[in-house]
Write a protein that binds this ligand. Structure first.
Ligand code: GLU
Length: 473
């Protein structure tokens, strides 16, 4: 693989788009409008770090305004560059369309290594970045709504909200200017785990199709399937944990910055997480073997490989060594377009990022709705439902003459809390979106992979929005 350099992330997104565009039957001008990034804001601002000033580079890209607001996370990483943010923003447009979340796509990036700064310095940077967004009208509940991404979390989102409110005092829907906030600061229960939980629901549904699984030599269902996870950040951790706890998947290897570990008997994810917290590394985990190179984890024989770190992790450098049957793209853009073509040819099922990791933005949408309604989900109906179910249980006892045990009664009469509704809404979203994608994949002869089918699902929806606006009739 001498002299090989993989396509950039944006090149891969564009190539994948073009593949789908060719079989979409949509007019050329409309396709160009959908593909292009509408607004790119590149900024540089000074922040005092210690005794001197540092000039920080940052971006916000709004890819498509076919719906408002635009939506997408903010990434803190030294590798952030304009092309990367553009690719991520484009994926957000398709992602939102696939799961019927009524937003255009956007993404932000700040070019810093977050762990090299103190909490106070990060707060300063975040507040200054938000100020730049406010100044240029690049943030607001009806304009553009950021969220967490790689290197950011609920803490940064709380700073963003507070800064926004400083400028927009009295704006009634201000809390909807950013999602992924702490639950105590207008956030929603279940947002932190949402991307990982969405991956679980998506995979569970895909694995439930007996015939589809038989085609790649697998039985239906997640229980007992071997899984390798790259990245134990927010997405990787929750994907692994929920697939293990609720799906009975067997996590046989995990890789991270510091290395990779392998245990064919299965790795307890919560124990591993605690071990990493204590020792600062996943390595030397009791019962597991340290692998020589962290990349080796990706090459292990397994049923499901979950890249949950960054883009371009599987390229033609390592594609030939991959021996997974399913690649579940929990990260954005983990497989380069050439490696994607090679693996597809080999019969590997690649579950595309723009569908599989859409759980984050789906629950962000619920959070935004909660903010606009100024009320917690479940508040109005929970007790009403509980009372109705309780009366139903009483009647059942009377009619049958049998006692319902206390345990059964509490299960039967439970009214839904916010977390129950969020999880149910997320599962419904992931299942419905997959059915739509699978339908295209099965019905259209020219579509031979799930990524193209997912693109078509998105393209048709975005195109119909433009057509309904009377543009590109
Ligand atoms: N950063 C996440 C993503 O790539 C979440 C975006 C959001 O919630 O707006 O999908």
């Amino acid at each position: 693989m001498k002299n090989y350099s993989p396509p950039t992330f944006l090149e891969s997104v564009d190539a994948n788009f073009t593949r789908a565009a060719k079989v979409s039957g949509l007019p050329k001008g409309l396709l160009s409008q959908i593909q292009t990034c509408n607004s790119v804001y590149q900024m540089n601002f000074p922040v005092k770090i210690g005794n001197s000033y540092q000039v920080i580079s940052a971006f916000r890209v709004q890819h498509s305004h076919h719906r408002a607001p635009t939506k997408g996370g903010i990434r803190y990483s030294i590798h952030v560059n304009q092309e990367e943010v553009m690719a991520l923003a484009a994926l957000m447009t398709y992602k939102c369309a696939i799961v019927d979340v009524p937003f255009g796509g956007a993404k932000g990036g700040v070019k810093i290594t977050p762990w090299k700064y103190t909490e106070e310095q990060l707060e300063k940077i975040t507040r200054r970045y938000t100020t730049e967004l406010v100044r240029k009208n690049f943030i607001g509940p009806g304009v553009d709504v950021p969220a967490p991404d790689y290197g950011t979390g609920s803490r940064e989102m709380a700073w963003i909200l507070d800064t926004y409110q400083t400028f927009k005092g009295g704006e009634i829907d201000a809390a909807g200017c950013v999602t992924g906030k702490p639950v105590t600061q207008n956030g929603i229960r279940g947002r932190t785990e949402a991307t990982g939980r969405g991956v679980y629901y998506g995979l569970k549904h895909l694995l439930s199709y007996e015939k589809d699984m038989a085609e790649i030599g697998l039985t239906a269902g997640m229980a007992g399937k071997t899984m390798v996870v790259q990245g134990l950040g927010n997405v990787g951790y929750y994907t692994a944990k929920i697939c293990q706890d609720e799906g009975d998947a067997k996590i046989i290897a995990v890789s991270e910055f510091e290395g990779a570990i392998h245990d064919p008997n299965g790795i307890d994810i919560d124990k591993l997480f605690k071990h990493r917290k204590k020792t600062g590394s996943i390595l030397n985990f009791p019962g597991a073997k340290n692998l020589k190179k962290r990349e080796a984890a990706l090459e292990l024989k397994c049923d499901i490989l979950v890249p949950a770190a960054l883009e371009n992790q599987i390229t033609m450098v390592n594609a030939k060594k991959i021996s997974a049957k399913i690649i579940a793209e929990a990260a954005n853009g983990p497989v380069s377009t050439d490696a994607d073509a090679y693996l597809r040819e080999k019969g590997v099922i690649i579950v595309p990022d723009m569908y599989l990791n859409a759980g984050g933005v789906t629950v962000s949408y619920f959070e935004w709705l909660k903010n606009l309604s100024h009320m917690r989900f479940g508040r109005m109906e929970k007790r009403f439902n509980q009372n109705t179910y309780s009366m139903f249980a009483d009647s059942l006892e009377k009619m049958t003459g049998k006692r319902i045990t206390n345990k059964e009664r509490s299960m039967l009469t439970k009214g839904a809390d916010e977390i129950d509704l969020v999880r149910s809404g997320l599962e419904e979203t992931m299942v419905t979106a997959y059915e739509q994608i699978r339908e295209i994949y099965k019905r259209k002869k020219s579509v031979t992979d799930l990524r193209t089918a997912a693109f078509l699902s998105a393209l048709n929806k975005v195109a119909s929005d433009y057509m309904n606006m009377g543009i590109f009739p």
